[in-house]
Design a binder for this molecule. Structure first.
Ligand code: R1P
Ligand code: URA
Length: 282
C-alpha cells in the first residue's frame, strides 16, 4: 500500500480488501487467530506449529498463518493496549477470523500466582477506554465458555500450572497498575488500585483482554486468553518471559482441541458446545 488513494475513508481498504493496518486480505488468515501483544512473540508461536508462513508485518501487526495438528491457524500481534487490539480484531474479522485467543503476559496480584503460572481469563475488568467507545458501561467483557474450556483442557494436557479467573485490563502499565510514575509520581487512585482489585478476587493486570472480550461479544465472535504471569505485585518478583512458551503451547493446543469440538458439533448440527460432546464416543 504505497501512496495510493483508498476508495473510502470510512472503510479504508486497499486492493482486494487489503486491511489498512494489518495488511492482510481474505485468504491470508485462518478462522482461529492467536493474539500476542509482542510482535516478536509471533515468531516463537509460529515455530511451535507444523508449518507457518509470514503473511504480513506493518507497524505493530505481525501475522503468520500455518497448520498445527491438522488445523489451520494464524497469529497476529496486537501491540500494547486496547486501542491497537481493537484495530486488530476489527480488521481480522473483516478477513474471516472467527475465534481469538490472546497469548499474553500479566502481573499477578495474588500471593500464589508465582512467575511462570498461567492465567486463563474468564472475564476482564474494563479499566481501559476502548471498550467504552464500543459498549455501555455495564456491558460484560466476558470470555467464551468453550474457549475457556479448551484452554483448561490444553493446560491439563500439557501439565502446566494454571489458574482461571478475572483479569483487569488497564490503559497504563505504570499508574494504572499501581506503579509509581516518573520521579515517584503517584495518585490516590493509583495507590488504591491493587488493594481494591485484590479484595475483588481479580487475579492480575494486563492491557488488552477486556477490549478483545468486549468486541468479540459484540460481534458474535469467540475469544479467550491465556497469560503468563511474569510479575507478582505482592512478592515483588519480576521474571521476564516466565511461562511465555507454556502460554504459546497451551493456546496452540487449545485451538486444535476447539477445532475438534467444532467439527463434532457441526457434525451433530449443534449450535452450542456442551461438555459431553467432547467425550470420545465408545
Ligand atoms: O506481553 P503482552 O501480550 O504485550 O501483554 C502485557 O505486556 C504489555 C505490558 O508489558 C501489555 O501488552 C500487557 O498486556
Ligand atoms: O505487571 C505486568 C506484567 C505484564 N503486563 C502487564 O500489563 N503488567
Amino acid at each position: 500500500m504505497g501512496d495510493e488513494s483508498l476508495r473510502s475513508a470510512a472503510r479504508p481498504e486497499g486492493e482486494g480488501g487489503l486491511q489498512y493496518h494489518l495488511r492482510v486480505r481474505r485468504g491470508d488468515v485462518a478462522r482461529y487467530v492467536l493474539l500476542p501483544g509482542d510482535p516478536e512473540r509471533t515468531d516463537l508461536i509460529a515455530r511451535l506449529w507444523d508449518e507457518a508462513r509470514l503473511v504480513a508485518h506493518h507497524r505493530e501487526y505481525r501475522t503468520w498463518t500455518g497448520f498445527y495438528k491438522g488445523t489451520s491457524i494464524s497469529v497476529t500481534s496486537t501491540g500494547i493496549g486496547s486501542p491497537s487490539t481493537a484495530i486488530a480484531v476489527e480488521e481480522l474479522l473483516r478477513v474471516g477470523a472467527e475465534t481469538f485467543i490472546r497469548v499474553g503476559t500479566m502481573g499477578g496480584i495474588r500471593e500464589d500466582l508465582r512467575p511462570g503460572t498461567l492465567v486463563i481469563g474468564s472475564a476482564a475488568v474494563r479499566m481501559e477506554g476502548t471498550s467504552g467507545q464500543y459498549a455501555p458501561r455495564g456491558f460484560p467483557a466476558a470470555a467464551s465458555y468453550d474457549v475457556v474450556a479448551a484452554l483448561v483442557e490444553a493446560a491439563e494436557a500439557l501439565g502446566v500450572r494454571y489458574e482461571v479467573g478475572v483479569v483487569a485490563s488497564t490503559d497504563s502499565f505504570y499508574l494504572g497498575q499501581g506503579r509509581p510514575g516518573y520521579g515517584g509520581y503517584m495518585t490516590p487512585e493509583a495507590s488504591e488500585v491493587i488493594p481494591l482489585l485484590r479484595s475483588a478476587g481479580v487475579l492480575g493486570f494486563e492491557m488488552e483482554a477486556s477490549a478483545l472480550f468486549t468486541l468479540s461479544q459484540l460481534y458474535g465472535a469467540r475469544a479467550g486468553c491465556v497469560c503468563a504471569v511474569v510479575a507478582n505485585r505482592v512478592s515483588g518478583e519480576f521474571v521476564v518471559n516466565a511461562g511465555v512458551e507454556d502460554a504459546a503451547r497451551v493456546a496452540s493446543e487449545a485451538v486444535a482441541i476447539l477445532a475438534g469440538w467444532d467439527r463434532e458439533r457441526e457434525k451433530r448440527g449443534k449450535k452450542w458446545f456442551y461438555p459431553s460432546l467432547a467425550c470420545r464416543r465408545t
